[in-house]
Design a binder for this molecule. Structure first.
Ligand code: SF4
Length: 403
């Protein structure tokens, strides 16, 4: 009988990635712009020092009684001691939202123009080892998709690719922005992090803002989740928003994927990252996304650390109170009920008519590539519009005017 106990059952591809995993995730790869910035160290130091168990009800009450929330108050609002105050927090967050945004809620839709990816993030359905249908739209298809989306009345689009510089190079993304400019007033990008001159080029092509998910700010955990590819380089990702601002982007978005690691520390680091950049670049428009980890195809390696609805509301309310002017987006990973609840309290932006597959707004290019994750809110643009009205909220397609 053969003894299999010492035999590896890992595929060659995974073994190869394990080797690459020894790459120092804190060391920049050739071609990556090194930004001399103090922000990363400040964020990581603040996060490491954050001990949420030390906060008390008194700290939370003190924070809730203030007009302006300090980083220390923000820390208290994210602590377990704040959970019994959730109703009060949500009410204060709602009042703050109405003060700065009225009852306006911005609507947009994401368009995945490609799903090639060179990274191995073990929690994502697009990762380079996952056997999914890969595809990218050509210029004509991008135009068809955008025209179909614009027909629904939307005026803001978020362009996404997987993270493959090879298959979705900067020029390709730039061409997509130029096409988008014909149909939309606001163009966002959620693509791989790049250098500031590349952001400047994409801004010239029409892009207004850039969102980069840091996923987790715990670099030790980050290393275990991002096994290969350029995404493995933690500081290059963390400094992406600052490079985007230097490249001339009007706005930048931040997010931790809540549930990957300790969500309180990650939410605290996300808020501090945005806060410190806002202080350094007061003109930059700041946005938060609040994704929670969701199930994906072919993945049983990830056990999300539970972030329940109450904790999600706590994070969103704390973001609002700490950064009163920031835009907050709630993803279609959340169901319609949760999204409607959050836009009624603190979120200011909602997507509609969403598909995370490649080319699904036009029949002839339908089902070109697989979806990144399952969405929970499949409402059309009209349905989201009507549901916002029922909540006495005002759906807004764009507040940006070209003269
Ligand atoms: S999370 Fe992004 S970079 Fe990572 S595998 Fe998925 S698409 Fe690629």
């Amino acid at each position: 009988m053969t003894d299999h106990t010492n035999e590896s059952i890992l595929s060659d591809a995974i073994k190869e990635d394990q080797k690459k995993a020894r790459t120092d995730h804190m060391k920049y790869m050739p071609g990556m712009e090194v930004l001399e910035s103090e922000i990363q160290e400040q964020v990581i130091t603040a996060m490491n020092e954050y001990d949420y168990e030390t906060y008390t009800a008194q700290d939370v009450r003190r924070a809730l009684n203030k007009d302006h929330i300090s980083p220390e108050d923000f820390a208290a609002l994210l602590s377990p001691a704040a959970l019994p105050f959730l109703e009060e927090m949500a009410q204060k967050a709602q009042a703050e939202t109405r003060k700065h945004f009225g009852n306006s809620i911005m609507m947009f839709t994401p368009l995945y123009i490609a799903n090639y990816c060179e990274n191995y993030c073990i929690y994502c359905g697009f990762n380079c080892h996952n056997k999914i249908n890969r595809a990218k739209l050509n210029g004509k298809e991008i135009e068809q998709e955008m025209a179909a989306i614009a027909e629904t009345g939307l005026q803001e689009i978020l362009i996404l690719t997987g993270e493959s510089r090879k298959m979705s190079d900067v020029k390709y993304i730039g061409e997509a922005c130029k096409i988008a400019r014909k149909y939309f007033k606001v163009i966002g990008l959620e693509v791989y992090p790049m250098n500031s001159d590349e952001y400047a080029y994409l801004h010239e092509c029409g892009a207004d803002y850039v969102t980069v998910f840091q996923e987790t700010y715990n670099s030790d955990k980050y290393e275990t989740l991002h096994l290969s590819g350029h995404k493995r380089i933690f500081p290059y990702r963390l400094n992406a928003q600052e490079r985007a601002i230097k490249g001339g982007m009007r706005g930048v978005g931040f997010a931790a994927l809540l549930g990957l690691d300790d969500f309180r520390k990650d939410a605290f680091a996300t808020g501090m990252h945005a806060y410190l950049l806002q202080r350094k670049y007061p003109h930059a428009e700041i946005a938060f996304s609040c994704p929670r980890l969701r199930p994906i195809i072919n993945n049983d390696k990830i056990n999300p650390m539970d972030v329940h609805e109450a904790q999600l509301l706590q994070v969103v309310s704390a973001y609002r109170l700490f950064m009163p002017f920031a835009s907050i987006t709630i993803s279609t990973r959340e169901c319609a009920r949760v999204r409607d609840n959050l836009v009624n309290i603190a979120a200011t932006k909602i997507s509609a008519g969403v598909s995370t597959g490649i080319g699904s707004h036009v029949e002839e290019i339908e089902d070109k590539g697989d979806e990144q994750f399952e969405i929970s809110d499949g409402r059309s643009v009209d349905e989201v519009y009507d549901d916002l009205k029922k909540l006495n909220l005002q759906p807004v397609m764009s507040d940006y005017i070209y003269v």
